[in-house]
Each structure stands twice: as C-alpha cells, then as structure tokens.
Design a protein around this ligand. Structure first.
Ligand SMILES: Cc1cc2nc3c(=O)[nH]c(=O)nc-3n(C[C@H](O)[C@H](O)[C@H](O)COP(=O)(O)OP(=O)(O)OC[C@H]3O[C@@H](n4cnc5c(N)ncnc54)[C@H](O)[C@@H]3O)c2cc1C
Length: 490
C-alpha cells in the first residue's frame, strides 16, 4: 500500500530529530510534525553522556557537537564542607567525560542534519487523533488552516511527556509525581567559574549549576521547603537566591537573573512502546528526575534503536520479530533509568536521618572501585546491553556494546556512518560476501585480538551475532538484514 509518508514523526525535540535523521539516512520518506510554530530555545538538558556521543559519532555528528560544549571528567557534589567525587573518565570510550552543552545547541545540530537530509519539519502542526487500521495510520492534524487528515505507514510519538500520540494509543503512563518540584533559573554569579558544574547538597535539597559557557549558569534546584507552591506562581530572583544560598550553605553571589520557572518532577513510563504501527520514544515513553542527566540521552538512544528497524520494515527486509524488539530492548533501559534517577532523587531530597549519613555513605561507596565503576558506566550508558536472540546458543558478545576498534581502514564507529550493519572479521578469517546484502551490510577487518573471529555489528553499535563459522555468519546476516538479493542466493 502506498502512503502519503512512510513514517510520520510527531515532535521536533531531540528524539524526533534524531529519528528523522536515522530514517532519512536509509532513504525512508518521513516528515516531522511539530506543534510549536518556532524553533525552541528552551534548554533543559545539559549533560550528554559517553554512549550518546558514541552513537552520534557513528553518524559523524559527535565531532561537530564537541566544540559547542565543555568536557567535564568528574561530578563532585558538595555536602556542606565535604565533597565527593564521581569520576566520569571512561577508559573504554573515545569520549572520557560528560559533555556539558545546552540542549538547544544539540537540537540545532540535529536540525541541521535533518534539513540537509531533505526532511521537512512542519511547524504549527499538532497531531490530535490517530487511527491505525492495520495497513496504515490515519493522522488528524490541526494547523493554521484548520483540521486535516493524512495517511502514514508508521507513526512515532516523540511528542514529549504530555504525548498526544500516547493518549491516542490508549497506552498507560504508569508512575507518580514527586512532591518536590524543580526550580529552574538562568543566573549570573559573581566570580563563577564558567567551565565548572557546581553541585551542592544541602539539608533541604540539592542544586546543580551547569554553565552555558557564556557567563550564564542554569540553576536546577530541588528544595523541600518549596513543596506546596503552585507551579504557575512566578519565581522571582529573591526566592531563587534564598533557596540557592541556603542549600549551598554560603552566598553564591547572584548578580542577575534572566529567566526562571517551576517544573513538575515526575517518574513515569509508558506501559507499551509499540501498538501496531504506532511507537513511542523519548519523553513520550519515559520521564524521570533530571538527576543523572539521563532523559535526553535515553531519548536519542531510543531513536537510534528504532530508526534502522523501522527502515527495514519500510523496505521489506524486517524479520517478523524486529519491530517488537524495540519495546523488548528499550523498555528495560527506560525502567533502569527510572530506578537510577529515583535513587538519586531520594538520596538528594532525603529526610533527616538519611541526610546525616549521606556524605559518609557516598564517599565510602564511591571509594569501592567496582561500585563507582558500575555507577559511572550506568550513568554514561556504557553498560547498556540487549538480550541475545537465542540465549542458549549466544556468544558472550551478543547484545553487548561493540568497542570502537581500529580497523584495517579507520575506526569501527566511522565504518557505521552510512547506517548499515557491519560484518567485522578478524584478519585471516573467511567471511560471507557483503555484496549479497548491498545497501544493508558492509564489511570490515580488524587485527584486534579481543574481537571474535566474526562479529555482526548492528547499525546502533551493538553486536547482533558473533562466532567463527562463515555459514553461521551468513545465517545470522540473513536473520538480521533479510534475505540476500535473489541473484546472490546460493
Ligand atoms: C531541568 C531539567 C534538566 C534536564 N537535564 C537533562 C540532562 O542534563 N541530560 C538529559 O539527557 N536530559 C535532561 N533532561 C531531560 C530532557 O530535557 C528531555 O528528556 C528531552 O527534552 C526529551 O526530548 P524529547 O524529544 O523526547 O521530548 P521534548 O524535548 O519534550 O520534545 C517534544 C516535542 O514534541 C512537540 N509536541 C508535543 N505534542 C505534540 C503534538 N500533539 N503534535 C506535534 N508536536 C507535539 C513539542 O512541542 C516538543 O517540541 C532534563 C530535564 C529537565 C526538566
């Protein structure tokens, strides 16, 4: 069946833009519908973690993002006069830090990629209803000229926490709101170090202060004393300054405020990421406390997981299980982000008995290398792995993040830039000819002895299959990439 558009992406936040770029890379006709008439310059996220940078590197985007931000190699919350260090130096990654970059700059980079790929972002277009009849989706859109309908093969709701797509799918958003809202304010501080991310944990809550890099800092404040203030009550500089100084335990020297707001802090997750031809990604699928800086990172990674799967379905190469693997793989990752951020939230805004032991417990735990390493890798997304297809016969690498090894030409993540699967053979190992899967599979060679003899790498940088037998490799490629071209079947 021919549709107006093969995939309609709803929402032009970081998740929707990344997804549109992924689809366009594979020749899928897609459009992005965005209810806002103008591009957003509201920055929420600042922290871009190593795994997201790695996936951006797999599309040639990381090197353009790096100069737009600041590299921070440790997080150092201060509890009164004591501080605790969580190193973010990742020896296993080309990006051994957290990149502190305002969300608007990340979105601008993704929007440039989407534009240059020829994808139209239609602004002032709000999706209000969906009807999936099993062969396609009829989408009802409101814009300046009224209400119209359109047909699409698939629809992806990247439309944020209050997702209309999720509502139209009838999918639950299980969870609850925290009773401490977040205060956000853009400030100038006397004598502030423009390159440091300051974090203070006080009796009543916590403050994070990432820098914009131009002399302004964003204060993100959780203050138990501000529990019962209505969200629409204006937030003035006096209230921000009082809260900030009390939590930091000293005068931070606020000289100017240009913007402020109150924000509802919630932990919720969609019960299903897929229903028929409609999918959810990003904040539409999961929202949680900003502590840990996981929201946008998880959303971008949802998009990188879903893009190649949807493209395979559109082009008719997808195995019957492939689209369902999106929920199976990404729902647990979203749930883990909720658990981790919930823990950080509860520790940060803790009642009195926990408050007293926090600095000692944090320092004691972080001094234990396996604990601090586990936390570092989880926050950075480096330990994310997916269940192998057949756990009984799976090689240990299957489902795991594949490192950015040196290849006989260039690096592995560079070799993924055209969005295809990659069959990596260790020097000297016979391998199937990728020409049989032209446009879907590329081949590469490494002399890295840590690698299995043959590794089939997915377009998102995880191992689909590993082993040493070329016939099994051929079967694995067919399972993941679809049948070889007819003239190449043997
Ligand atoms: C204070 C704060 C700090 C944060 N810090 C971090 C951080 O450091 N790192 C991190 O990873 N994350 C962080 N986050 C979370 C991060 O900002 C979000 O996870 C991220 O913006 C989600 O991106 P998204 O594209 O999924 O959704 P959104 O950015 O919400 O974009 C959704 C888009 O959909 C559009 N839309 C909505 N409904 C419709 C409709 N019906 N039709 C058409 N368009 C529609 C909206 O206008 C919007 O443009 C933070 C959040 C907060 C509140």
């Amino acid at each position: 069946m021919v549709h107006d558009t093969q995939v309609l992406v709803v929402g032009a936040g970081p998740t929707g833009l990344m997804l549109a770029a992924e689809l366009a890379l594979r020749g899928v006709s897609c459009r992005v519908l965005e209810q806002r008439a103008e591009e957003s310059n509201l920055t929420r996220a600042f922290g871009v973690h190593a795994r997201t940078l790695e996936q951006l590197d797999m599309r040639g985007l990381a090197d353009d993002l790096l100069p737009r931000g600041i590299q921070v190699d440790e997080v150092r919350p201060t509890f009164g006069r004591r501080s605790v260090r969580l190193p973010m130096r990742h020896p296993e990654s080309r990006f051994p830090y957290v990149l502190i970059v305002p969300q608007a700059r990340t979105e601008a980079l993704l929007a440039e990629r989407v534009r240059s790929a020829g994808v139209r972002v239609e602004r002032g277009a709000k999706v209000v209803a969906l009807d999936d009849d099993g062969r396609g989706v009829t989408v009802t859109i409101e814009d300046d000229s009224g209400t119209r309908t359109e047909r699409a093969g698939y629809v992806v709701g990247c439309d944020g926490a209050h997702s209309s797509v999720r509502r139209c799918m009838g999918v639950g958003f299980s969870g609850a709101a925290y009773d401490t809202d977040i205060l956000l304010a853009d400030l100038r501080l006397a004598g502030a170090d423009a390159r440091a991310v300051r974090t203070y944990v006080g009796r009543d809550g916590v403050v994070l202060m990432p820098p914009f890099g131009d002399g302004w800092v964003r204060a993100v404040i959780w203050d138990r004393r501000h529990r019962d203030v209505p969200l629409d009550e204006p937030l003035g500089v006096a209230e921000v300054t009082e809260s900030l100084n009390r939590l930091a335990g000293r005068d931070l020297g606020v000289t100017e405020m240009r913007w402020s707001t109150r924000f509802r802090n919630q932990r919720r997750q969609a019960d299903h990421y897929r229903r028929g031809r409609v999918f959810l990604a990003g904040d539409a699928a999961h929202v949680h406390s900003p502590l840990g800086a996981l929201g946008m990172n998880t959303g971008i990674q949802d998009a990188v997981n879903l893009g190649w799967k949807l493209a395979a379905a559109v082009h008719g190469h997808a195995a019957p299980w492939l689209l369902d693997s999106y929920h199976a793989e990404r729902h647990p990752v979203g749930a883990a982000a909720l658990r981790l951020t919930d823990l950080l939230q509860r520790i940060s805004v803790a009642p009195a008995p926990v408050r007293a032991i926090r600095p000692f417990a944090a320092r004691g735990m972080l001094a234990v290398r396996p604990i601090s390493d586990t936390l570092r890798r989880r926050v950075a997304g480096l330990s994310i792995a997916y269940p192998p297809r057949d756990p009984r016969h799976a090689h240990a690498w299957e489902g795991r993040r594949v490192p950015d090894a040196r290849l006989s030409a260039g690096r592995l993540y560079q070799a993924l830039r055209d969005g295809r699967f990659l069959l990596v053979r260790r020097t000297g190992t016979p391998a199937p000819d990728p020409a049989a899967w032209a446009g879907r599979l590329a081949a590469a060679e490494t002399s890295d002895t840590a690698f299995p003899a043959l590794t089939l790498v997915r377009p998102d940088g995880y191992a689909a299959w590993a082993g040493d037998d070329p016939d099994s490799a051929r079967a694995a490629v067919t399972g993941w990439c679809g049948s070889p071209a007819p003239e190449m079947r043997s």
